[in-house]
Each structure stands twice: as C-alpha cells, then as structure tokens.
Design a protein around this ligand. Sequence first.
Ligand code: TYD
Length: 210
Amino acid sequence: MILKNFAVFEGGDGSGTTTQLELVRNRFIQSSPPVFPPLYTTCEPTDGPIGRLLRSALRGEITLQAETLATLFAADRNEHVYAPGGIEERSKRGELVLSDRYVLSSLVYQGIDCGEALPRRLNSRFPLPELLLFFDIESGLAISRMQGRQIREIYEYPRFQRKVRERYQALLPWYAREGVRVEIIDASQSPQAVAEEVWRALTQMPILKG
Ligand code: TYD
C-alpha cells in the first residue's frame, strides 16, 4: 500500500540525507506567510526507546546478533508508523511527512548482514512512501566526507558501503514497480545544488502542487 503525503530520503552513510532534510525544514520555516501544509520531519532509528537501543548498537556499545538488529529496526518502525502521532496518522490527516530512512534501509543494510528473507518478512506490513529520494554517491567520496565525525558506527567502513550502494541500486526498480515514485539525486554535488534537486522532486508531490 502507498501512503500519500509521505516521502523518504535514502542513501548510504555520508550521502547527506540528514543535512538535506534540515534544509527542507528551513525552507518551510522561511516561507512566510506559510503557504505550505504542516511539515513533519522524522528519522530512523527514531528517538524512542527502541531507536535509542539501536543507536547504542550502531555505536558498538552493545553487540547484537544481525537478526536481533533486523527485528529491532522493524519494531522501531512499527512504533514510528502506527503509534499515535506517527507517520500513518499524520500523513492521513494531510501533513507532509518526510523521513530520513525507512523500510529500504532495512532491506539494504540488514539484507547484507543477514540475508534478504528476514528483513523482507519483517517489513512486509509497512505502507510504502509516495516518493523515495535516493541520494546516490560514490562510496569512497561518502566515506571521505565522514572523516571529520567523532563517532564511527558499525556500518561505516568502505567494503560495507560499496555493497550498500549496490544493493540500493538493485532494489530501486522493485520499489518503482510497487508504485513508489523513485528519484535519484546526484549527492556528490554541493549541498545547495542537491537541495535544489530535492526541492524540485518534492514540489511534484500532489500535496505541494495544491
Ligand atoms: P544515519 O541515518 O546515518 O544517522 P547518523 O548520521 O545519526 O549516524 O545512521 C543510521 C544507521 O542505521 C545507518 O548506518 C543505517 C542504519 N540503518 C539500518 O541498518 N537499518 C535500518 O532499517 C535503518 C533505518 C538504519
């Protein structure tokens, strides 16, 4: 099922999804008088209890089996989508919901870690977004952009990130066949140029076209 008014940002680590979500938020805030629908920006892992547990595993503070991680990402998502004030409720009442990562992150990252079947099964119930923006960047460049960060996470090494990009590219056609509008963004450009591409794609959504 496709959830209208819901778009997701996906890409490998260091592809700039978080920065770009922030730029979209600013653009909304700066529009005065407000001409846009209410905007809800969010991310996965969430900042709820399961998301916090996941972040601690991502930082390597606790070690969990790959299958446990896959299950926790899906549990975190279940709260994210279905809890009161969550993705489903908000998008259905006419808010524009933008999430930094969603189901495809699990199919890609946990697919690499524990095979395709488990993440597919765990994620089969979730509605799909109307629009998916894939931030495409050569993994070496993405890794070099992350060099300044203080904390390294368990997936942030070159061999894994190369596989991440390959799996995203392999899975995008499947998403498109399911009826998701997929836009590939050249994430190697300057943040401003990327922001323009993102804005062009978002403003094609019916909720923003008016
Ligand atoms: P990221 O979104 O890059 O956030 P931050 O910049 O705060 O580190 O990190 C989230 C990490 O979690 C990223 O490496 C991808 C991973 N992840 C999964 O493996 N599976 C999932 O289902 C999700 C949502 C994220």
